[in-house]
Every structure is written in structure tokens, then in C-alpha cells.
Design a protein around this ligand. Sequence first.
Ligand code: G6P
Length: 369
Amino acid sequence: EQIEKGGYEHFMLKEIYEQPRAILDTYRGRLLSQQGLIKMAGIDQNLEKFQNANRIIIVACGTSWHAGLVAEYIFEDLARIPVEVEYASEFRYRNPVITDKDVLIAISQSGETADTLAAIKLAKEKGAFVFGVCNVVGSSIARETDAGAYTHAGPEIGVASTKAFTTQITVLMLIALKLAMKKGIFSQSKFHEFLTELENIPSKVEQTLKQDKLVKEIAAVYKDSPNCLYLGRGYNFPVALEGALKLKEISYIHAEGYPAAEMKHGPIALIDEQMPVIVIAPKKGHYEKLISNIQEIKSRKGKIIAVVTEGDTSIRELADHVIGIPDTLESLTPLLTTIPLQLLSYHIAVMRGCNVDQPRNLAKSVTVE
Ligand code: G6P
């Protein structure tokens, strides 16, 4: 097992550090920037299904559901296709309206999650086209779907999902870019800009990982907090949910993720000098609005840990801690902002003496209801 961990103390840490490589492996052979092309057999062979789709329904559980939420922003923003994201367990039992004009995308690292598998079967019965985004090759979901794309993240052993999440987002991004191009929404130059930036992501993840020491210092300050709040807007709202889930899963600290603007409808009541609030605030779309959210937290004496674009000075003045990430396109920020949140949960869990790779009561793949 020590050999499998490749010198890392835990599988989770190894998998966090594998992300530059995993993301590269996900787009390798698919993203052909020289030719200005994205090649994905599962999409190429079923292009009409996607192009004529009334909507895309995404079903998943856990962290994969969060990747689905990021994909909702990506597909609607870039490819202008309506998207619904559903917990597989709710979708399968709520008598959903599904037609043969729907495309259902099931996201699953293991490809074995019982609820996701059942949702696929239901959608197929109703005539929808079903596409899988799985990591495990030959898994039940990979076999049950009409077509699919693997994430190629390599085996993920840690129960808390890390590299599966970022590679799922990468695959879904490739699909959305391809559709945006085919639908004529993107010019060749805009398409090229995205391809080039996607190719920069592995080295930007590498750079983000260099913040590990700083994140560890922050972890030491907040490791005994009983609660933690994560806030983000737009593309980074799902990242807030994922950050909170990661902390709950492995450190057993109660954490909640919220869209930053919803704070005033409830969570703001919880904020006092004891409450760490992690704000995901890259200098993009909703930046100014996030600054006012940060001011609201500060005036209630909450402790602010902000994930910001490198060089940001405005938030540095307000926050207790800032963690810088390299600049990138807004739609690609989740691939970077997620990294410090994974590291934060990891270090807090280790400092609390928790079993990071096998947290209590959780399973890597949930094959029963
Ligand atoms: C379990 C795992 C999570 C995972 C979820 C969905 O809860 O502990 O890490 O996100 O199942 O699993 P899947 O394999 O379908 O992505």
C-alpha cells in the first residue's frame, strides 16, 4: 500500500496532486488544438441527438452531482442548451417527464452507483438518449448507456472524490465546447481561445498546488471550528457545495455551501467571530457583488478565507486569509478554485486525526439504495 501511495501519506493527497496529469490525460487525444478540433467518438457519432435535444438532464450523486451543477453553467452559458441537474435518487422516484427529445447525461466516477443506474434505466425506457461520463472502464453505467466518454482520471482510491471531480468537469467542458462550435455559437477564434486556455489548466493547477503550505497554515487555525460556511456565485457556487461536502466527509466538521447572495436569507444569522467563511471569489463575473458579501461577513466579525485571483488587492484588505489562484477564463475557474478547498479539508482532517482515506460511515461506491 505504501508503494501505491507513491510517497504520499494518504491516497487522497496523492490524488489531489495527480490532478494536473489527470486533467491532461482527460483531454489528451481529444483536444486537437493544432487542427482546431475536439474529437470525441461518443459525441461525434451522436451529434444530432445533442444538437436536436430539447434539453439535457444530468443525473448523478455526491461529488459527481456537483460536477453536474458546474456543467449546467457551462452548457447553458457556452452551448445555449437548457440543462436540468437532478439527484439520481430523487429523479428516479418522482415520475419525471422524459421524452425522446431529451438527452440524459449520467455522471459517475465508479459507474456503479445504484440510484444513477436506475435513473438511466428509467430514461432509456422513456426513449431518451443516455450518455455516460464515467471513470471506471467497463463499469455497469458505462455498459448501460447508449454512448459515453471516460474521464481517464486513473484509479481513485480515497473515498472523498478529488481528481474524479476535476476530470468530470473537463470532459463536460469538452462536450460543451464541441457543441458550441457545431451550433455556430462560437467563432473559430473564440473556440481557439478556449482550447488554448484548457491546455494551460494542468500547469495552472500545478501552480495552485504550490499554495499547499499556506493552506496548511490556515487549516491549523480553523481545525477546531465546529462549523464552516462556503460561499460562491455563478460557476463557483457548485464549488462552494463541493468544498463543504469535502470538509464534512473527512473531518466531520459541519459545513454548508451556499450561493453567496442567499446568505442573507438564512446563513447570515450564523455568522459571528467563531465562524470561518470560505469565499470563492476569483476576479470574474460577480466579483463586485462578492466584495459586498465579504463586507457583510466582516461587519458581523466572521473569519474570512478567500480564494482569489493572484494579485487581487481589494479582497486582501478585507479578508483574514487569501489564497491566490492563477487567472483563467471564468468557466474554467472551478478547475482551479476547487484545489485549495480539497487541500484545506485534507489538512484539517489529518490535524483532527481522522481517517482521511476511509471516513466513517462512507463508501467509495454506493451500489445499494
Ligand atoms: C459516494 C462517494 C462519493 C461519490 C458518490 C457518487 O458517496 O463516497 O465520493 O461522489 O458516491 O459516486 P459515483 O461513483 O457515482 O461518482
